[in-house]
Design a protein around this ligand. Structure first.
Ligand code: FO1
Length: 327
């Protein structure tokens, strides 16, 4: 049983940790199942000459056991000597905190990229150490960066790198528009397209529909591969009630004119029978009475991933819905 999931950062990584746990505890039913993760790389940023891939690293560290669990990003047991020294030299930026252990990951990645390795191969090499228990694939080996259009004091449009908007400014200036630099030229890797074609189940975890899942869908060919795969496609709502579980999904959704609700996100993804993505949609109990687009089978259950058992139960419910749809 081949399972493929498109994912972004923290929420997606926690969902995947639950999915892996679910398969392990239900090894009787799911023996031999494997997980392929198609990771968003449009949050990537180059700092101090190093290529940082936040969403790939969050999945790798979370599933590899090295994540700073409360933060959901960066390494556990970190020190910040390099960052402190860089600040002493007054070398910017100081608003994106890179820990000493995390910097080693970016050095290995950067030197392998410079030696000509693809990001897919670099990611596989880094995962040899971390053994995440999934195959982690960047959505593309070509660079893509999400930039956010905001208004400056004079009301003129100004573009910021996603990390500048989200981390440096804490999203305080309203996002007017998201621009995915490089997406028009970027190609999905053959490995990504094969995974989507050959999967038995495709899952859309509760990642940000705009800057995580949405960025992956900007890569030509990936949307088509999702719409044409024989696998059922089941999404998990990142919105509970009228609020995102975490992060900035509401600020992103409003920028693209999509309401902050499970039903609005499902409408944004669309029903596969109407040319969209979804066959199934998992919503929180609070949203059980809302309706997904015609043609999408909706189920509801608690969706808060407080402990790994919660994430495992949610992932299991998504998987069960997909299996139901396969019949
Ligand atoms: N998020 C923050 O809010 N502040 C930071 O200083 C920060 C540093 C950082 C370093 C490495 C990394 O992989 C992620 C980091 N993040 C930080 C999180 C990052 O902005 C998000 O994980 C994603 O880009 C959004 O999903």
């Amino acid at each position: 049983m081949r399972i493929t999931a498109l994912t972004g950062g923290i929420g997606g990584a926690r969902f995947l940790r639950g999915l892996r746990e679910h398969l392990r505890t239900r090894a009787d039913t799911w023996a031999g199942a494997d997980i392929t993760v198609i990771g968003n790389t449009a949050d990537d940023i180059t700092l101090f000459g190093l290529r940082v891939c936040p969403d790939l690293d969050t999945v790798m560290y979370t599933l590899g056991g090295g994540i700073h669990d409360e933060q959901g990003w960066g390494r556990a047991d970190e020190t910040f000597n390099v960052s402190t020294e860089l600040a002493a030299y007054e070398v910017p930026p100081d608003w994106f905190t890179l820990g000493d252990r995390d910097i080693a990951t970016h050095i290995v990645r950067t030197q392998m990229l410079r030696a000509g390795w693809s990001l897919t191969d670099v990611t596989a090499a880094l995962c040899t150490r971390w053994q995440p228990g999934v195959r982690l694939l960047p959505m593309s080996d070509d660079p893509v960066e999400t930039h956010v259009v905001v208004l400056d004091d004079s009301g003129a449009r100004e573009a910021l790198h996603f990390q500048e908007w989200w981390v440096r400014e804490q999203a305080k200036r309203t996002a007017q528009e998201f621009v995915y630099l490089g997406a028009a030229e970027a190609k999905p890797t053959a490995t990504v397209l094969d995974a989507l074609r050959d999967s038995d189940v495709v899952l859309l975890p509760p990642s940000n529909p705009v800057v995580s899942i949405g960025a992956i869908l900007q890569i030509a060919g990936i949307g088509d591969a999702l719409r044409s795969t024989a696998a059922p496609v089941v999404g998990v709502s990142p919105i509970i009630g009228d609020a995102p579980v975490r992060g900035m999904a509401d600020a992103c959704l409003s920028a693209i004119g999509v309401g902050t609700s499970a039903a609005a996100v499902a409408g944004h993804y669309g029903a596969r029978i109407a040319g969209g993505l979804l066959d199934g949609w998992l919503v929180a109990e609070e949203d059980a009475s809302t309706s997904a687009p015609a043609g999408v089978i909706q189920r509801s259950r608690p969706l808060l991933m407080t402990a790994i058992e919660d994430a495992a139960a949610i992932a299991g419910a998504a998987l069960d819905l997909a299996i139901e749809l396969r019949r």
